[in-house]
Design a binder for this molecule. Structure first.
Ligand SMILES: [Mg+2]
Ligand SMILES: [Zn+2]
Length: 184
């Protein structure tokens, strides 16, 4: 059977975002219900990945060891809730670097397609920013918007562009709807 892949943006979707960057595991604070939402999707059979821009690395706001500690925390919390994240993909580059992986480019989604060991049926990308929506479209994924983080501002752009995409109040609402609509 082909796998249902759900890719999540990180900041503003799973954890609280900050204009000053999230620089340490202590600053990495989950949004209410997000960890349980990931665990529920995972338990329902969806394969969960994370795709995140982390230009703070290139700007030396924090270092790779800090990012690894944040992601260890994320994986630990999801694991403790009974779920699994397959892998976290990140873009470490500066916005001026014109790399292939920084969203809105589809490089991270392409990396996930190459990495995933099974046959991919559907690929959904859940984000809170215009960059996420555009990366999903460029990467032939289904974009989903959540209204946490930058989501409210992004919704205005989505409406201006008349994009017909699914919108949820937060990751927990998305998970609940997806699990009941598509029992695997
Ligand atoms: Mg975000
Ligand atoms: Zn990059």
């Amino acid at each position: 059977m082909a796998d249902s892949i759900i890719v999540l943006d990180r900041d503003g979707v799973i954890n609280l975002d900050s204009p000053d960057y999230i620089k340490s595991a202590d600053e990495w604070v989950p949004l209410p219900g997000s960890i349980q939402a990931i665990a529920s999707l995972s338990q329902a059979g969806h394969k969960i990945y994370v795709a995140t821009n982390q230009a703070g690395l290139a700007r030396q706001k924090f270092y790779l060891t800090d990012l690894e500690a944040m992601h260890a925390k994320l994986l630990r919390l999801v694991g403790a809730a009974g779920g699994q994240v397959e892998k976290i993909f990140f873009c470490p580059h500066h916005p001026d670097a014109a790399c292939e992986c920084r969203k809105p480019r589809p490089g991270l989604l392409n990396q996930i397609r190459q990495f995933h060991p099974g046959t991919i049926g559907t690929l959904t990308f859940v984000g809170d920013s215009v960059k996420d929506i555009d990366a999903a479209i460029a990467g032939n994924a289904e974009p989903v918007l959540v209204l946490t983080g930058n989501g409210t501002a992004t919704l205005k752009v989505v409406q201006q562009r008349a994009l017909a995409i699914e919108v949820y109040s937060d990751l927990a609402a998305f998970a609940k709807a997806r699990i009941s609509a598509f029992p695997l």
